[in-house]
Design a protein around this ligand. Structure first.
Ligand SMILES: [Zn+2]
Length: 89
């Protein structure tokens, strides 16, 4: 039988349970609560951690990109104004 990791929503403890896939009658080993969730080792932790990191990283990068574009536009505008003034003379 496969070994599953569970976290209890009531007492917040984590435990391992060996049971068959079809066995749904599972309770917390500590408080006997059935308010428990299956924890997917590895995949759960890795995707959760990296996705939030990437999200923050991406938003920071986007903000930086916007700032760069603003500066670029400002410079372009100044350049165009300068050229326009020169053409007037
Ligand atoms: Zn519990």
């Amino acid at each position: 039988m496969p070994l599953y990791d569970y976290g209890c929503n009531d007492c917040t403890k984590q435990f391992e349970l060996r049971h068959s896939y079809t066995d749904t009658d599972i309770a917390c080993l500590y408080c006997a609560s059935i308010n428990i969730k299956k924890i997917l080792k590895f995949s759960n932790i890795i995707t959760k951690g990296s996705s939030s990191d990437k999200g923050e990283e991406a938003s920071t990068r986007v903000e930086q990109e916007i700032e760069n574009k603003k500066i670029e536009l400002k410079a372009t505008k100044q350049e165009l104004t300068k050229r326009a003034n020169k053409n007037d003379k």
